[in-house]
Write a protein that binds this ligand. Structure first.
Ligand SMILES: [Zn+2]
Length: 81
């Protein structure tokens, strides 16, 4: 889970864009820049569009944690708009 403090500037999204609901795998194209959380282990990464998500060997999971699956947690405002 990401941290924030009083005074952090965050805007709540309605979450309807597909980048909020889609789960991405290693090497997939990053749709929007932001902080992504691994659904298997809760590790977070920052990834920028139009890069790709890290490869499968980015980190190790137990069998119970399954495959690496990235979901957008915080979208970053890279344009300042
Ligand atoms: Zn993980």
């Amino acid at each position: 889970m990401s941290w924030w403090i009083d005074g952090s500037k965050l805007t709540k999204s309605d979450g309807k864009k597909e980048w909020w609901t889609t789960v991405y795998g290693p090497g997939d194209d990053v749709p929007v820049s932001g902080i992504y959380r691994c659904l298997g282990c809760n590790r977070e990464i920052t990834s920028n569009a139009p890069d790709r998500f890290p490869p499968q060997n980015h980190h190790q999971h137990s069998a119970a944690q399954g495959k690496i699956r990235w979901k957008l947690n915080v979208r970053t405002n890279t344009t300042g708009e």
